[in-house]
Design a protein. Structure first.
Length: 290
């Protein structure tokens, strides 16, 4: 048996450039992996079996089972595994938990079944599973473009402490589709915010964090009615800048000082709110065995 970490992500920028002819939206986004992770344990077995310590997780709805089926189909041969998932990433949070688990499933099965598929083959499988999945094959800091499936590694972001605030009772089925449906042409941007962020990374000009941006924050109130209240509580707890993770509803703030970050988390918890302290991760590729 061996175990792999499946890290969460936050979007440092998320711009929608416009609507594509195929019905998807063209995006420009900088994604950053963070230390909050699910743990996937892999054991050899004759058939596939999936277990999870969360009662809300359903194998038939998970990308883990889909990734397993897709991988075996690609091999063109039988195979099986027992995959045990320890959930730490909240469901439907905008943190990419399902996409990350799918990517790590591909990596884990490649090792367990001794398939030795090259990274390019794993990438093409990941593309078929979802827009965010290819990013999690490498993690770290990356530009994603197209409909989100094109991944270009970027220089590593300096180390930051990441405070996550998880709103309660905001589980909204189909939230990403609803967010996109709320966008209007006036919400589209040309990608300059993302370009400026990349320029700062490339020149090492990161004494202060460049502007963060998430287009979905413009329409989040239409999907998550109480999101502004949570954002206000975050600021009252001492956060200097609050942004939404992906399609939400999780909010995040980034700090360079661990003590300051811990104090913000403590203040949020004193208000009865769920807060988690994590940190940014450099790219480790598929070697994240634990």
């Amino acid at each position: 048996m061996f175990a792999l970490k499946a890290p969460a992500k936050i979007n440092l920028t998320l711009e929608v450039i416009g609507k594509r002819p195929d019905g998807y939206h063209e995006v420009a986004s900088i994604i950053q992996a963070i230390s909050l992770s699910d743990i996937l344990e892999f054991e050899p077995a004759e058939n596939f079996a999936f277990l999870c310590d969360s009662p809300d997780w359903k194998a038939e709805k998970s990308l883990v089972s889909r990734a397993s089926s897709l991988f075996v189909s690609r091999l063109g041969a039988g195979g099986g595994a027992r995959i045990n998932i320890h959930k730490n990433i909240p469901f439907s949070a905008g943190l990419g938990g399902e996409s990350s688990a799918a990517a790590i499933t591909l990596i884990g099965l490649n090792h367990l079944l001794q398939a030795d598929l090259p990274p390019g083959d794993l990438y093409h499988l990941a593309e078929k599973l979802g827009s965010d999945v290819p990013f999690f094959l490498t993690g770290g800091t990356a530009l994603v473009s197209g409909r989100g499936e094109k991944v270009s590694p970027l220089p590593a972001l300096p180390h930051y402490w990441v405070i996550l605030l998880i709103p309660a009772d905001m589980d909204t089925p189909g939230k990403t589709e609803k967010m996109y449906a709320c966008l209007r042409p006036g919400n589209f941007t040309a990608g300059r915010i993302t370009d400026d962020f990349i320029s700062s990374l490339a020149h090492g000009d990161m004494k202060t964090l460049p502007d963060l941006y998430n287009v979905f924050e413009r329409v989040a109130g239409q999907v998550f009615g109480g999101i502004d209240w949570y954002k206000e509580q975050f600021y009252l707890a001492g956060a200097s800048r609050v942004n939404m993770a992906g399609s939400g509803p999780v909010l995040f703030s980034m700090e360079t000082d661990k003590t300051a970050a811990e104090q913000i988390v403590q203040r949020l918890k004193q208000q009865g709110l769920k807060a988690i302290l994590a940190h940014t991760l450099d790219s480790l590729g598929p070697a994240g065995f634990i």
